[in-house]
Design a binder for this molecule. Structure first.
Ligand SMILES: [Zn+2]
Length: 514
């Protein structure tokens, strides 16, 4: 185990803290399945005490995941730990992850506790968690700004009480690599029982240093890294799984450690996270950005042809970016369609498959070729986003150079069918006005973007909207060959997510930060 770094993925917990990234239970389950396929060692599925929706999602992920460990986050309060255990206890390999802040800054301003009290609380919490399960992780929130000797004292107490992993979070993304590596070394040298636990790091990217700090931690002896797919997370996000894993993979002769990750599942996982959360990857993002590989961008083509390693330190195939991916079309049968879905990781019931296949045929009539992106967008709209209170049934729009843009919309609102019509300055505006009137929403649209999900003139349009209502922010996504329909779907998806957020009031940023 010494030369392998445990990959602890927190896309479902810390990643979900990205503004607007809330996921429903079906979406979290789908993502958890892909994380297991990717080979992550630990899936942090959520914070069960944070909301009923979080509890339900952690419970569902625990029931489904067989190989990876499933962790539930909890503050040190007994009630939090009880809830975390309630949600993960059915997992094949459950973990309770408890945390408390250790910096004087947090002790004074947030916890209003003395150092001794925090040590006592840590011991009590870890002991209680240990009475429920063998696998207990303890995190010292804001560790990078804590007094080093005090941090070692808390870790020693946590390990004595039964913690099997202790984690050093750079909660506010303040550390720089040399200093952070030095902190890890200090903890290893000054915590007497440190060899009885796995040492972990959890870095934030406020200064763009999350991956560098995590690598510095690994160089200093850390053997668990906490990461998210695409680096999503609160503020500037977390250490990105793909950056860390590909650094360890590409520079393994220098770094001398490996991971259990199947790197060929990196790109499918990245795409899935973007599709589910609506948070797109910037084109120049390392590893998974659209321009990350030189041959993709058409740059240095000549050099590449002469010798592949001239400009490329990694091969796109290594991360699962295949040039010749299987394409489905109008003549693809039910069997080929089901097989492709299975390859992508979907296990669907017969009824779901029937419904999806009918939609696939409709789409294949409009387009010549359907890519994996199209298939996944179909699943997202037909299967994953089903527990919705608003659903689009029908849309007709009239616009042009002479007509006043008018939209007629039919939708279900909490199971009841309703129809409405309205005007606007353009067809999309008319559609949005009509939907807003029918749902009575008071949300404000902060952003509206349209892009094509694959290449080609007949590509499906993908619309993303960002909505805000009473301080809650939700992203909505919609895909269709018609961008007005895609816009309507995106708006409705955003309204559904706002509804979910209202029904599952989250803890404040301060209460859930780690
Ligand atoms: Zn965090």
């Amino acid at each position: 185990m010494k030369d392998q770094v445990i990959i602890f993925d927190t896309t479902l917990r810390d990643g979900e803290q990205s503004p607007g990234a809330s996921m429903n239970v079906a979406e979290k389950l789908r993502l958890a399945t892909q994380l297991e396929k990717l080979g992550v060692d630990v899936i942090e599925a959520g914070f069960p005490a944070a909301s009923p929706g979080d509890f339900e999602a952690v419970e569902a992920v625990s029931a489904k995941i067989k190989r990876a460990r499933v962790a539930g986050l909890a503050r040190t309060a007994r009630g939090d730990i009880e809830k975390a255990w309630g949600a993960v206890q059915k997992a094949a390999r459950p973990r309770i992850h408890t945390f408390i802040a250790t910096s004087d800054f947090h002790l004074e301003h947030k916890l209003k506790m003395t150092r001794d009290q925090v040590v006592e609380t840590t011991i009590e919490a870890v002991r209680y968690a240990k009475s429920l399960t063998d696998d207990v992780e303890f995190s010292a929130e804001d560790a990078s700004r804590s007094d080093r000797d005090y941090l070692c004292r808390v870790f020693e107490a946590a390990i004595t009480a039964g913690a099997t992993t202790v984690n050093i979070p750079d909660t506010v993304g303040y550390a720089v690599p040399d200093e952070f590596g030095e902190l890890v070394r200090y903890v290893r040298d000054h915590t007497p029982n440190i060899h009885q636990a796995v040492l972990s790091v959890h870095c934030h990217n406020d200064l763009g240093l999350a991956t560098a700090n995590t690598l510095a931690g690994v160089r200093a002896g850390v053997r668990q890294a906490e990461v998210t797919i695409n680096g999503i997370g609160e503020r500037a996000g977390n250490t990105s799984l793909e950056e860390l894993v590909m650094s360890l993979h590409t520079r393994r002769s220098l770094l001398g450690v490996s991971t259990g990750i199947n790197t060929r599942e990196i790109y499918p996982a990245s795409r899935l996270v973007s599709m589910i959360t609506g948070i797109m990857v910037q084109p120049n993002k390392a590893i998974v950005g659209a321009n990350a590989f030189a041959h993709e961008a058409g740059i240095h083509q000549d050099g590449i042809l002469k010798h592949k390693m001239t400009y490329e330190i990694m091969e796109p195939e290594t991360i699962g970016l295949e040039a010749n991916r299987l394409i489905l079309g109008k003549h693809s049968g039910r069997h080929a369609f089901r097989q492709r879905l299975a390859d992508l990781g979907y296990e669907l019931s017969k009824e779901e498959l029937d419904r999806l296949f009918a939609r696939f045929k409709e789409l294949a009539d409009k387009r010549k070729e359907l890519h994996d992106e199209d298939i996944e967008a179909l699943v997202a709209e037909e299967i994953l986003r089903i527990p919705d209170i608003y659903r689009l049934l029908y849309l007709n729009v009239v616009s042009g150079t002479v007509a006043v843009p008018t939209a007629t919309v039919k939708m279900t609102i909490e199971g009841r069918e309703d129809q409405g019509a309205g005007f606007g300055v353009g067809p999309i505006d008319a559609t949005f006005n009509t939907i807003a009137k029918m749902t009575g929403t008071r949300s404000k649209m902060l952003r509206f973007t349209v892009s094509a999900i694959t290449g080609g003139m007949d590509a499906q349009g993908e619309v993303i909207v960002r909505l805000r209502e009473n301080g809650l922010v939700a992203l909505g996504k919609g895909t269709d060959t018609d961008i007005i329909t895609a816009s309507a779907k995106a708006y409705i998806n955003g309204l559904n997510r706002l509804h979910y957020l209202r029904a599952n009031p989250a803890l404040t940023a301060q209460e859930r930060s780690l």
